[in-house]
Write a protein that binds this ligand. Structure first.
Ligand code: CA
Length: 291
């Protein structure tokens, strides 16, 4: 009887393993993008002079927990990579940053996890959330930088393991799907002019080498929520949290909708007044001419 049960269990296990997918269902990359886990991708990293950040990020590379949590996953990744003092995680029993621990009292005054779940974060919102932790944050909107300055910043920062870059970009400009996204950068290969995006949607895309010019165009696209261009954050450790900047360039979707409704009302009211005046004048002329 035991033999029959053991055989049945073994067959069930084999059936389960053969039925299970062999790997995560990541999207297929377009031909112009290079996955890190390919011979070409590995060579780009080996031959890169600015790759110090990659080795510090790799051990803390965090997967975003929800479709809108790419900014939070990027922030958690670099806070752990910077090794700044972290909160005690109740579930793990150790001091480390997680999606849940990231939202301390200060961060909740900037943006709540519920708000993030509804629509993600803008560049400025993510900077202010990070400033609730012991880091300095330099905000650079895409519209404020040139391609050459962007390359220079990549070469300097990605060779220095004491600071990190989180890029906010439109995926479609680098050959991926049409969504705004945040992810840390791992390395820059100046000779091939490609930069390694450590995608936090790890279930969807591997760490990917993209062309620097394409990423530059992607950070200069307009975020419809804030009304400003996307960009990048340069983040380094600080003695204590500086606190939110108070800048509120980001506008909520409701405020944008309210603005559109108000504009339509004003335009409609104005047109109605013009048409009304024209009709009144026409009637008066008709009356005056006796027709
Ligand atoms: Ca760096």
């Amino acid at each position: 009887m035991m033999t029959v049960r053991r055989t049945a269990f073994t067959l069930a296990a084999i059936t389960w393993f053969t039925a299970a997918p062999a790997h995560a269902q990541q999207s297929v990359l377009p031909a112009d993008l290079v996955a890190l886990d390919t011979p070409e991708g590995e060579a780009l990293l080996v031959e890169s002079a600015a790759r110090a950040d990659y080795f510090h990020l790799a051990g803390h590379h965090t997967t975003q927990e929800t479709p809108s949590a790419c900014g939070i996953a990027s922030a958690v990744t670099i806070l752990n990579a910077l090794k700044v003092p972290a909160p005690l995680d109740d579930k793990l029993g150790v001091k480390t940053y997680t999606h849940g621990d990231f939202f301390n009292t200060c961060a909740r005054t900037v943006f709540t996890p519920e708000s993030v779940a509804q629509g993600g974060t803008t560049l400025v919102q993510l900077a202010d959330l990070l400033r609730c932790h012991p880091v300095r944050v330099d905000v650079v909107h895409g519209e404020e930088t040139t391609l050459d300055d962007f390359r220079k910043r990549l070469a300097e920062n990605l060779a220095d393991p004491t600071n990190f870059i989180v890029v906010n970009y439109l995926r479609s400009e680098v050959g991926q799907e049409y969504t705004g996204h945040h992810s840390p950068l791992g390395a820059y290969n100046a000779a091939k002019d490609r930069v390694l995006v450590m995608d936090v949607a790890r279930y969807k895309y591997p760490p990917t080498w993209v062309r620097t010019e394409a990423l530059y165009k992607a950070i200069r696209t307009t975020d419809l929520v804030s009304g400003r261009s996307r960009g990048y954050l340069a983040v380094a450790a600080a003695e204590k949290p500086p606190g939110p900047s108070g800048e509120r360039s980001a506008r909520s979707p409701l405020r944008i909708l309210g603005g559109i409704v108000a504009a339509v009302f004003v335009v409609g009211f104005g047109l109605g007044a013009v048409v009304g005046a024209w009709r009144t004048r026409r009637k008066l002329r008709a009356y005056a001419s006796g027709s």
